[in-house]
Design a protein around this ligand. Structure first.
Ligand code: GDP
Ligand code: IMO
Ligand code: MG
Length: 420
């Protein structure tokens, strides 16, 4: 079987965790292919609310195999916390979670460099989650990094010390005081936790699974507009969050990919700095935040909110070759009299539906207004039963993008999902 890819089409937090959890019974394998503990993927079922950071969102289904792919960056300290939390919920992740030896390790000093670099940027800071993501990927591409496989080497400690020393030299250029011991807390214990897991050459494994006709779902983190190449650079993360990232991050050929499922929130959010053309810095934006509980799953920061942006969505669909859409958090719009959607941008007086290179301040979104449905949809199970006004909104998105919306999410719980 081929690999299906599920990824975010906006600035992250589209509801990937929830939807992967819902879809997992249809798959044998769930594999994360990029990002790291900057991600926060929330799941809700049987009154359990849980947030995963590095562990794939299929972990609660005991029959699924979960893989942390080579494209992921892994912080042993965060990973141990995640594993321990799962144990408290009765889930022993060692039973069905495999880790690629090629995944890179986030060192305590990567977190320090992240913090120092952001502090030095002042007003121009990225708004990083400060999990050490950027510095770790820099060491990966700079060919200095440490990989999960290194923890099995006799030279592990030597390599660690060597890299830490390098980082300490880098840190000298910053006016940033820190206590390394504090940052190291839990890190070495985390290494011992990782050793309890099967460390694998996941590229062989995944390709063998493909040959064995196993059904594989690749789970993206972040979203297309945070992609290092195609996102709102430099306000992006440091990995390829797009579909191509699944090939790099798992070691599979493009021809192995079947469905590309793009998740889109019924409105937009963004956490951290950077351009956001449809942002609502007013009472409506606040209402969206309140209704949608839009606070970061990883950092708790309030998320910036705004209307759905079709210009950006069409761009994301193009870059990823999305074959089907998943529309989430539709229920958040239940209370609005009118719902708006940006169909075009006005850039220097010219109307366009192409995402410009520079998403600076000169962009004015052109909105289309939709009548709100003004009813609680959170308990609806069948697409047919959705209010007509919502169907108009859904059909408009489908006709503009040319991609069908196959799943509608109307609440955070597993059960609140309408599959067409
Ligand atoms: P992810 O990073 O894409 O997995 O998304 P997050 O978990 O960071 O953020 C999505 C938030 O919305 C979480 O708190 C989810 O529990 C919640 N959520 C997911 N789908 C829905 C939905 O359809 N309706 C509502 N109201 N909340 C949802
Ligand atoms: P999930 O997988 C939302 C944002 C940060 C910051 C920028 C760079 O839960 O959708 P980084 O820590 O990567 O250096 O931060 O990217 N960011 C996310 N925003 N959801 C995420 O992940 C994010 N991961 C990173 O807020 O603006
Ligand atoms: Mg999230």
């Amino acid at each position: 079987m081929k690999v299906d890819v599920l990824l975010g089409l906006q600035w992250g937090d589209e509801g990937k965790g929830k939807v992967v959890d819902v879809l997992t019974p249809g798959y044998d394998v769930i594999a994360r292919f990029q990002g790291g503990p900057n991600a926060g993927h929330s799941l809700e079922f049987n009154n359990i609310k849980h947030v995963l950071h590095t562990i794939p969102s299929g972990i609660f289904h005991r029959n699924s195999i979960n893989i942390i792919g080579n494209g992921v960056v892994l912080d042993p300290m965060v990973f141990k916390k995640e594993v321990d939390k799962l144990v408290q919920l009765g889930v022993d992740a060692t039973a069905n979670l495999l880790i690629s030896k090629r995944a890179h390790l986030i060192l305590p000093t990567h977190r320090v460099i992240d913090a120092a670099s952001e502090a030095a940027k002042g007003k121009t800071k990225i708004g990083s989650t400060l999990k050490g993501i950027g510095p770790t990927y820099m060491d990966k591409t700079g060919r200095n990094g440490m990989r999960v496989g290194d923890i099995l080497s006799e030279k592990f400690e030597e390599k660690y010390k060597f890299l830490v020393e390098k980082h300490m030299n880098i840190l000298k250029q910053y006016d940033y005081s820190f206590n390394l011991k504090e940052f190291e807390e839990g890190w070495f214990e985390g290494i011992e936790t990782i050793k309890k897991f099967k460390l694998v050459e996941s590229e062989f494994l995944v390709n063998d699974y493909i040959k064995q006709n196993k059904r594989i779902l690749a789970e993206g983190a972040q979203g297309t507009l945070l992609d290092i190449d195609f996102g709102t650079y430099p306000f992006v993360t440091s990995s390829n969050t797009i579909c191509a990232g699944a090939c790099n991050g798992l070691g599979i050929a493009p021809s192995s990919i079947d469905k590309v499922m793009g998740i889109v929130k019924a409105y937009c959010t963004r956490v951290g700095s950077g351009p956001f053309p449809t942002e609502l810095e007013n009472a409506t934006g606040e209402l969206l935040r309140k209704q949608g509980h839009e606070f970061g799953s990883t950092t708790g920061r309030p998320r910036r909110c705004g209307w759905l942006d079709l210009v950006a969505l069409k761009y994301a669909i193009m870059i990823n070759g999305v074959t089907e859409l998943i529309l989430t958090k539709i229920d958040v719009l239940d209370i609005f009299d009118s719902i708006y959607l940006a169909t075009h941008y006005k850039v220097n007086g010219k109307i366009t539906d192409r995402l410009p290179y520079d998403l600076g301040e000169k962009i004015e979104p052109v909105y289309k207004e939709f009548k709100g449905w003004k009813q609680d949809i959170s308990k609806i199970k069948d697409f047919q039963d959705l209010p007509d006004e919502l169907k108009v909104y859904i059909r408009f998105i489908e006709s503009e993008t040319g991609v069908p919306i196959k799943i509608c999410s109307v609440g955070p719980d597993r059960e609140q999902t309408i599959i067409r």
